[in-house]
Design a protein around this ligand. Sequence first.
Ligand code: F6R
Length: 619
Amino acid sequence: MCGIVGYVGPRQALDVIVEGLRRMEYRGYDSAGVAIVTPVGDAGSAELQVAKKAGRIENLDKELAGRDITGTTGIGHTRWATHGAPNDRNAHPHVGGSGRIAVVHNGIIENFSVLRAHLESTGVEFSSDTDTEVVAHLVARELDNGRGLGDALRATCRELEGAFTLVVVDREHPDEVVAARRNSPLVVGVGEGEMFLGSDVAAFIEFTRHAVELGQDQIIEITADAYRITDFDGIEVDGKPFEINWDLAAAEKGGYEYFMLKEIEEQPAAVADTLRGHLVGSEIILDEQRLDKQELRDVDKVFVVACGTAYHSGLLAKYAIEHWTRIPVEVEMASEFRYRDPVLDRQTLVVAISQSGETADTLEAVRHARDQKAKVLAICNTNGAQIPRESDAVLYTHAGPEIGVAATKTFSAQLAAVQLVGLALAQARGTKYGDEIVAEYNALAAMPEAISRTLGMMDEVHDLGREIASSKAVLFLGRHVGFPVALEGALKLKELAYMHAEGFPAGELKHGPIALIEDGLPVVVVMPSPLGRPLLHQKMLSNIAEITARGARTIVIAEAGDEQARKHAAHLIEVPATPTLLAPFVTTIPMQILSAEIALARGCDIDKPRNLAKSVTVE
Ligand code: F6R
């Protein structure tokens, strides 16, 4: 939710920042802007040059064309609007102190209206509708009071409520950038004689692999050669250095027209990398475990909390965990969880699933769970993000950076991770013997290959997507593990193609939704395995017959060789046979491809769907 970049060093800051913004654009694309500190004359004085434009970075590029913006210190922002419409006026950076300083912000300043009213009462004039602008004026006021730049930001942060990453430049401190972090991401890139700031490491991966993670309520002051981290009261603290272990190619399109299409193809590797190293002997190992074995053994109830696509992998976690451990599992949308006062105690395990590790709803659910003394296990794709930091145990998915806003490879990686968590709990509870764990793990380890084969079977799905692109809606049906896959298929289609799409358990259809079926309506059906779930398979055939009789155009995803499905389907999409619990690894693939094709045929940008951003750091 908003991407942020900062730079101090020998390079032209504008180039570094605009490039960094392109990599951050997945976080928001309502507007983009930069502020560069440009030296004037020889006396060390400087001015701020600000350029900003509503819309995507191409619009900013046009705005910058023909302008001569030089300088080696600067900041940039790409916005997902919260307060104030997505127009030029509300685009970041915002300036204060009559153009002395510029600020970019990710998050929400919850007490901004009180602060704004106070500033206005002292004669400050606002030029935007954003919450961010109060920060610009507050920092400027503190500088006017004689504070240094770091001190001015610290004093300002002490007045702010809410979530924020703030990055500030000041023409009076031309070789410095300061930044603050509370409940919103910020990482520091440490180069040779240059420093970078970014919402994530992709902002500067081209230049350095050395990074430092900031903790909560911390301020960083960077110059080209050094950084200093303090808390909001000015007490020095240590940052947490780490090395970036993926390369630039992972954050580039590599010949694909869209990141999403590349990321779909990367799913075998995402699953293989997520599984790698987690079976040692016959034991499943998590990445971080601050819980002792007894605490895991004592777990008698599990809640899975997550949002969007991660919620769908959470629904699948329920099948795995309950099947292997017989511990009851509830799966809940993180945005609802804490507001209904769930029953939690020391023996409850909350599994929080989040690709970004910074989704505000999920983070708050984690905090609520911990307040109630429950244990938290995070599944996350972002090393060191806030959710894993605040959890008792962590299993990282290793899908690499996912730039396309719609989750694809991180979903597959989460499918692997929830299986591992199920096995780890079964092992802790003693409901599975070591050799059974090894057998289940080996079945999982076959999934990358099964996904690769599936990807090679999708030619007709591309054609079919284009064929049904003008439909007014699409329904998705599934049973058992096919139901979360149906939900995920519907979500992908909604977000990518802006089409009405709903996922239902097939058995639920006759209780109402069947009224939606009309002549020619495409209905995607995820077929259970004829051998693995024969009863459900039969029932699904009946469901297909019911909707076919009412005019539906059925698109049936079924195991290769399922002849009955072939007879019933208007279109059959075959996928390789897998053990029942693992079928979502392969049945999800045609959903992703179908949605992408439909969206492309409708002229949509599948990497940056309208109104969305990759990570949602506001509730
Ligand atoms: C859908 C999608 C979103 C995210 C959701 C949670 O394609 O990407 O629904 O799954 O916003 O995000 P994370 O996993 O970062 O918590």
